[in-house]
Design a protein around this ligand. Structure first.
Ligand SMILES: Nc1nc2c(ncn2[C@@H]2O[C@H](COP(=O)(O)OP(=O)(O)OP(=O)(O)O)[C@@H](O)[C@H]2O)c(=O)[nH]1
Ligand SMILES: *[C@@H]1O[C@H](CO)[C@@H](O)[C@H](O)[C@H]1NC(C)=O
Ligand SMILES: *[C@@H]1O[C@H](CO)[C@@H](O)[C@H](O)[C@H]1NC(C)=O
Ligand SMILES: [Mg+2]
Length: 393
């Protein structure tokens, strides 16, 4: 009898350990019950309602044990998720900043939706990195290594010339002016991230950097918004590029336009990037540390030809062309202006500059923790007036 009595708790213990193992969310491709997604497709739910439902058992533990094979399948949009993922390019040393960004994103948005994450690095992620990031995320998480050819100065770049350019930029005090790694990063984000194996199965991405802040609840799914409104490229903050980093970028773009007028969209956003109908670049760009966009646009014919053309001129290394102006110029020329979208309701901060929704309605609905007075929108360094002019706001 005593033995029997002792066994049952033991069995229960074993069973509980089993459950915990099965529930361990971060095993690749482990998927979750759809109930939480179904529940939150109405977009109107607050954390309070979530808590109530958890209490009432509607989102009970049982449902999360489900190991159905494809509830996180990006292709299955019947459950309300778009074919989309977050993507973070980070170093192992960015761990704290990565945790901070993921935590904010989960709290303000993704715990209600369950989009997957792809983390990319030019070096293998450490176990510590994977463990500490995975523990924060209930949806699918994947960690990928970037192939060498996508992250290195090509052989045909004249290193002597590149080195001279770097030294000149250091002398001019240009941020990251002397860094080859930064240039690899800019080139990767311009022309390669969307070719990574782990991103092939997705159409939409949301780019996230370490140490960014999300100030407001995001109740409506931005990916679905893009999809349903025929948008291709979404941004929050606009700024001017430093001229020293892009001396020959615009002439290179102009050459491309002459070679390929067929790629220029009717009703494009040229007015956002040029004040004289294309004669010169006004240096306005969408700040690419936040982007929600369609990777099929980057993968498409126009952008592929555009990137090849830019890359062949060597400006990623002979100057310091950034992915932000490169993406912005392409989106402004090859898309119709109404395929661009300003995510006004997303309160967001990267480094010193942040956007806080200026509309009181948005600010209240999002329960934003930012001050509207601090919003970057009408700072002299913001290109928002160009955007508003373009969109006749
Ligand atoms: N894996 C990896 N990621 C990098 C490297 N350099 C930059 N990144 C990532 O690339 C993105 C942009 O780099 P940042 O250093 O933030 O550059 P930035 O946003 O132009 O400049 P800051 O104003 O300093 O933030 C971030 O997500 C970084 O984590 C690198 O050498 N390796
Ligand atoms: C998509 O998800 C729904 C809801 O869970 C499920 O019933 C359906 O079988 C899935 N469809 C496919 C094609 O996997
Ligand atoms: C998701 O998007 C990618 C890229 O467009 C595509 O290859 C994949 O088939 C899509 N998934 C589905 C089935 O919608
Ligand atoms: Mg940054």
């Amino acid at each position: 009898m005593a033995i029997m009595n002792g066994t049952r708790p033991m069995l229960r213990y074993v069973f509980m350990v089993f459950i915990l193992l099965v529930r361990k969310p971060n095993v690749l491709y482990t998927s979750y019950s759809n109930s939480i997604f179904d529940q939150y497709n109405a977009y109107t739910n607050s954390d309070e309602e979530l808590r109530t439902e958890l209490d009432s058992g509607r989102l009970s533990d049982d449902s999360s044990i489900t190991t159905s094979t494809n509830s996180a399948d990006p292709s299955n949009t019947t459950q309300g998720l778009a074919n989309a993922t977050f993507v973070m390019l980070v170093r192992n040393s960015d761990l704290d900043g990565t945790i901070s960004s993921v935590r904010a994103l989960e709290d303000r948005f993704n715990s209600k939706f369950g989009y997957p994450y792809v983390f990319l690095n030019n070096e293998p992620f450490t176990d510590e990195f994977k463990r500490r990031v995975s523990v924060l995320i209930r949806s699918e998480v994947e960690f990928g290594l970037i192939q060498q050819e996508h992250w290195s100065q090509p052989d045909w770049i004249d290193e002597e010339k590149a080195e001279k350019a770097r030294k000149k930029m250091v002398a001019l005090n240009v941020k990251y002016g002397g860094s080859v790694a930064y240039r690899n990063m800019c080139r990767f984000n311009s022309g390669f991230f969307y070719r990574h194996d782990l991103l092939q199965k997705y159409k939409w991405y949301w780019r996230v950097e370490p140490n960014v802040k999300f100030y407001c609840d995001i109740n409506q799914d931005p990916f679905r918004y893009m999809e349903e409104n025929n948008k291709i490229y979404g941004f929050i903050i606009t700024v001017y590029e430093i001229s020293a980093t892009i001396r020959s970028l615009w002439p290179t773009v102009t050459d491309f336009i002459e070679m390929h007028p067929e790629y220029i969209a009717d009703d494009n956003a040229m007015e956002f990037i040029s004040d004289n109908n294309g004669k010169s670049y006004n240096r306005c760009h969408f700040w690419s540390n936040f982007e929600i966009a369609d990777m099929d646009f980057w993968r498409g014919e126009a952008y592929t030809a555009f990137f090849e053309h830019l890359d062949s001129k060597g400006g990623f290394y002979y100057e310091r062309w950034g992915d932000a102006p490169v993406h912005s110029i392409a989106a402004s020329l090859f898309l119709k202006r109404d395929q661009l979208h300003f995510f006004e309701e997303i309160g967001y901060q990267h480094d010193d500059w942040g956007h806080c929704p200026l509309s009181d309605g948005m600010w209240e609905k999002g329960r934003c923790s930012c001050s509207q007075k601090g919003s970057f929108d009408y700072d002299p360094s913001s290109c928002m007036p160009h955007w508003e002019n373009l969109m006749s706001i």
